[in-house]
Design a protein around this ligand. Structure first.
Ligand SMILES: Cc1ncc(COP(=O)(O)O)c(C=O)c1O
Length: 348
């Protein structure tokens, strides 16, 4: 099922909405020995330096509409969430714009500037001592209070509706890519690379590309940090598993458990999965910066991942398996700018 057109119409109605750039980078196409490479640049989306507000704005809109339909006083509601940085900042911004309160739980390892940015949106910030998964549990507990509602971008059995709306919101990004590729003379890409934390964005991407009535379906590649490769581990074992996460500059991808509603899409819809190091991501961020694209560690992870898959030992077999040739079109999702998560890139 494709995402409903209502989500795109809703985004288009927001005052700060504009499609983000899809930038062609011929030097990367030459390096990767493919036809064309495009980067979807989410460094400025609805006034924030990451793609996350697409999901949050639509989900909060749906939540408040449901509460209003039930006659509940939406004005008193507090939006509660755990975050690796970008999602919580989007929840805090959305709450502020709507005159609601926000309470955001932040695990360790999130860049201090990202935490400051959440507090600057007038949200209450609770620093959770453990991992992202533990922060999610704390946020869910806090959201059990009256007039609190959990706006979480990952699902588990019994908590699926809001994350489902968040995934719907992300689809706007894919619709924009379709329009932008068409304007560039491309009917469909051959490969799309997605950075993955819990897999909600990847769920949106799989849903979008696997529900096309006609045309070629691109190969879909997930990219995770080596320190938190829960989707790679799950795909390898054939069932969803949690992994112990470590430290990584790719904070937005530092998640130990795939979203329960994403898993069937990831299992059935991804063609390949790869894990990259912080060093690979920092080098990719430096290269993208040199080409004029602002990409934070999570955003640049996709270039690092595509490099790992399309070059080096065994690249020929991997390219064949993915159906790629010298004229193929590759799309990299760069989901955050450097301002979202300002770890230094490697200068080139
Ligand atoms: C910048 C960035 N990219 C990608 C992701 C991954 O999204 P998901 O957790 O839905 O896989 C996140 C999640 O927080 C993020 O902040």
């Amino acid at each position: 099922m494709p995402a409903p057109a209502e989500a795109q119409a809703f985004h288009a109605s927001l005052p700060e909405y504009a499609p983000t750039p899809l930038t062609e980078l011929p030097s990367l196409a030459a390096e990767l020995a493919v036809g064309r490479v495009f980067v979807k640049d989410e460094s400025s989306r609805l006034g924030l330096p990451a793609f996350k507000a697409l999901g949050v704005s639509w989900a909060v809109h749906r939540v408040l509409a449901e509460r209003a339909a039930r006659g509940e006083d939406a004005g008193a509601v507090t939006l509660v969430s755990a975050t690796d940085g970008n999602h919580g900042r989007a929840v805090a911004r959305t709450a502020r714009l709507l005159g609601r309160r926000a309470h955001i739980f932040v695990p360790k390892g999130v860049h201090p500037d990202a935490v400051t940015a959440i507090a600057a949106e007038k949200a209450e910030v609770t620093q959770a001592p453990g991992s992202y998964d533990e922060a999610v549990r704390q946020a869910a507990e806090a959201a059990a209070a009256p007039d609190a509602v959990l706006i979480q971008d990952t699902a588990w059995p019994g908590y699926e509706k809001v994350p489902g709306w968040i995934v719907e919101g992300y689809s706007t990004l894919c619709v924009e890519i379709d329009e932008q590729l068409a304007a560039a003379g491309v009917s469909a890409p051959e490969l799309v690379a997605v950075p993955v934390g819990v897999g909600s964005l990847a769920q949106a991407v799989v849903t979008h590309y696997r529900s096309r009535p006609s045309g070629r379906a691109p190969a879909l590649l997930s990219v995770e940090p080596e320190a938190a490769a829960c989707v790679l581990e799950s795909l390898t074992g054939g069932e969803p598993v949690s992994v112990a996460t470590g430290d990584t500059t790719m904070a937005g991808l530092n998640c130990g458990t795939p979203s329960s509603i994403a898993w069937p899409y990831l299992h059935g819809g991804l063609d390949a999965a790869v894990a990259v190091t912080d060093g690979d991501s920092a080098r990719a961020a430096g290269d993208l910066a040199a080409l004029g694209v602002s990409s934070g560690p999570c955003g640049a992870a996709t270039l690092a991942g595509v490099r790992a898959v399309l070059t080096g030992v065994g690249a020929g077999e991997r390219r064949t398996a993915l159906g790629l040739g010298p004229t193929s079109v590759v799309v990299l999702l760069s989901t955050e700018g450097t301002a979202a998560n300002p770890y230094p890139a490697v200068d080139r």
